[in-house]
Ligand binder design. Sequence first.
Ligand code: ATP
Ligand code: MG
Length: 589
Amino acid sequence: MEVKIRIADNFELDVRSHLIERGVAILGLRGSGKSYTASVICEQLLEAGQPVVIIDLIGEHFTLRERFPVLIAASGDAPYADVKGLTANSAPRLAEFIVEHGLSLILDLSHGLMVDRLRILGEFLEAFYRAEEKHRHPYVVILDEAHRVLPEKGVVRLKEIKKAQEKVEHYVYELSATGRHMAVGPVVVARRSAEISKLILSQCEVRILHKLVDPTDLKYASNWLTREEVERLRNLNKGEAVVVGLGEPIWIRVRRRLCSHGGETPLTKPVVTPDLSEAVERLTELLKAEKVPEAPPETPPSALVEELERLRRRSQELEQRLRVLESELSEAQAQVKSLEALAEERLRRIKELEARLPEAETWEEMRSDYERRLAELEEKLRETEEEKEELHRQLLEVSEDLEKLEEVKSLLMDWRDVIVELGQKLDVELIPSDIQAIVDERDHYRQLYEELKQETERRRRLTEDVLADPAVQDWVKTAKTTLKWFMDRRSEHWRILRKVVVTDPSYLFLPEEFPEVSVSPSTVASYLNDFALKGFVLKHEKAKMGRTAYSNALPLWVSQNVRRIRLDAPDEAIKAIVEELKSYVLKWR
Ligand SMILES: Nc1ncnc2c1ncn2[C@@H]1O[C@H](COP(=O)(O)OP(=O)(O)OP(=O)(O)O)[C@@H](O)[C@H]1O
Ligand SMILES: [Mg+2]
């Protein structure tokens, strides 16, 4: 008869063709819902009246008793177990008993040393297999946490454990590979494909894959899934899975359990049927009667075994961690590669920019040139200051002398008249010759002073006259038009020009000395050549570092042009026109 069990809205497992003939493996990350799915399968099988044997290494499946009359036999002293203290000796009798009566069983191996638990399991499976050969009762055998009893080869194991595991592996393999002939189907539950014995995994054709993230597992999944589907698998939620091995992948959300799950809620009301009570009674009697003294353990002291078992588990954990670190490392390496490429790109850009900068030597020469020029100007300024002070001091002295002379003069004038009169009366020379000399010198200076005043006045008038001369004014207008014409052309012309007109005419500069403009030095040179053609810049071939240099010729340009009109134009007039043109340029815009 065809029995189907529904484990998700869109998916049913056929007991015969899926579970018994093909076998099922459930894989997934820790906490992704494997045990839950296995329990849903159990519940649905039990609902359908299909007996099961659950091998429970954690002690989380006993809650099935909330609804179903499943016998619980435990290796230790579990409070919920019907039969406690199961040993490797009593295990075969248990197996024979349940097969004989077609009972469902939870073989709870959550207590005791690993080596003892494996021995119990090995003995149980052997006897179960033999009993099945005889009775051929359909059974589904569920092995949760299979990676703990059937690890992939290469995991470090203690000799005794290895021996016991080999027996377990042998009978699980026998049941998976040949069980279909006796109507026994396996459900193997494990975390990672890489951790469980390949021999066993290969016997389970239907795979229910919960969330997987490890690259090795994803590679395994890619046997059935496209790249996008593998990505979807990586991001599944708890209870979601994909069924592969039955044609197209089927994405499922596993239905909710009928009983509570694991230790979430303690078992409060175990189901006990009359059949089950009777079976428990008989089994207990049987096991008691058959109790044979335990063979002396061939094992090393149990503390040692436990410690080695702990070490084995630790080594497994470390292997797992290693795999995680390896995948992190490869990610980090990829990141380093992309950073290296970025750094290379930046370096290339720096080199490009450096190539566009003038030679360091040229910069150095220009810098020392500037420094020298600055020192010269400072020296000149200091000298000028000193000169100014000296002149000021002299001026003070002269004006003091002048005051004294004035005083002496008025005294002398008063006294002279008296003395001269007295002298005439007495007919003697009464004015001392040195006083007369002072008077003469004073008069001489006064005359010089008067002349100087007149000359200054004359030059002032002449300056005014020249500046007011319509021909001179015409030329100044023309000069401004010329400057304006350049300044209107491009802002660069104006920027260059305003720097030129404030530069000391004796200073020679190169086209590179205009960092503030956005055009290249060769363009600056072509602008300076245009200015030179007009005359307000002078061009000096091979004058600075063997290169063509330029200087400010605005004062020269003004004086030559103005004096062509007015030969008598004084320096003051020339200076005033230069200042006017300079401020015209500076105030432009
Ligand atoms: N189909 C589901 N519906 C509702 N909740 C679920 C489902 N599947 C899993 N869960 C929730 O996720 C938790 C973990 O699930 P489960 O115990 O099955 O994980 P696991 O894959 O067996 O983990 P481990 O590898 O640690 O044994 C459960 O306690 C339950 O709360
Ligand atoms: Mg689990």
